[in-house]
Design a protein around this ligand. Structure first.
Ligand code: ADP
Ligand code: ADP
Length: 236
């Protein structure tokens, strides 16, 4: 049961194919890692999923991408809706300079949720899912900038989960963190499996083997391999 289907899907910058003729189905509620050397097209592919590539001058796609059976590049797609249903987490934690609570409530409020009890419930649930609740429950109204780097990144994950995302896209989420914070994030990703569809871009083959169910290898924009980890790694 694939949630994201790519069929001969390419992204060009001018004439240059940054992502070339991908063909795969990413399974629902599983974790897929995208790995490959710098410049192989990982960020381009992530940006194509929520149509951020629309905003890059000279970028053009060809082929098909379907999310839940809907053509992402079809003319019936509501791009604002699409972007609001895809959670993004970047390499450098980037919480808003607001309270912890407001960071998590941001997406739900954008979706029109106003009821205080409902927002409280969402904030508590997503902070628990992001393994941050224990540390912040007594200071939800403290500024997010007062958290450590690793806590800020877990908060960014909470912000992404709070929108009931179709997918969560993580672009090298641990590469700016120390080993202990990295381990905490890897552990929380384990907990997300089965609940959320997650795509994680990483440079780190061991990390891909540890946290993901499927791995896509890219090289110079080409799909070298896409398979279940149990078929790829001897000791996943
Ligand atoms: P990765 O995330 O794997 O490092 P990118 O998706 O950032 O790779 O880049 C893929 C290729 O596309 C690289 O050769 C890069 O130089 C090129 N590229 C990325 N963004 C642009 C752009 N806006 N215009 C032209 N070329 C780009
Ligand atoms: P909209 O156009 O729907 O108001 P934005 O353009 O602000 O939304 O954001 C588009 C998408 O990017 C949304 O899914 C939003 O949650 C996400 N987003 C915006 N800013 C950030 C950020 N700093 N960090 C993470 N995700 C963000």
């Amino acid at each position: 049961d694939a949630i994201l289907e790519l069929d001969d899907f390419s992204v060009f910058y001018g004439d240059f194919p940054a992502v070339h003729r991908l063909r795969l189905g990413m399974p629902r509620r599983q974790i897929t890692a995208i790995i490959g050397p710098s410049g192989c097209g990982k960020s381009t592919l992530l940006n194509a999923i929520n149509r951020m590539t629309d905003l890059i001058p000279g970028a053009r796609v060809s082929g098909r991408m379907r999310l839940n059976g809907e053509e992402v590049y079809g003319n019936r797609m509501d791009v604002i809706w699409l972007r609001r249903r895809i959670g993004m987490v970047f390499q450098k934690p980037n919480p808003f300079p607001k309270s912890i609570y407001d960071n998590v409530a941001y997406g739900p409020r954008l979706h029109g949720k106003r009821d205080r009890d409902e927002l409280d419930t969402i904030v508590e649930r997503t902070l628990k899912e992001s393994a941050l609740w224990e540390e912040v429950q007594t200071r939800l109204h403290a500024n997010a900038m007062s958290l450590s780097g690793g806590q800020q990144q877990r908060l960014c994950i909470a912000r992404a989960l709070a929108i009931e995302p179709q997918m969560v896209l993580l672009d090298e989420p641990t590469s700016s963190l120390d080993p202990q914070s990295t381990a905490r994030i890897e552990a929380l990703l384990e907990e997300l499996r089965g609940h959320y569809t997650v795509i994680i871009v990483t440079h780190n083959m061991q990390q891909a083997a540890r946290v993901s169910d499927y791995t896509l290898f890219l090289y110079e924009g080409e799909q070298i391999e896409f398979a279940r980890n149990t078929q790829l790694f001897l000791n996943p």
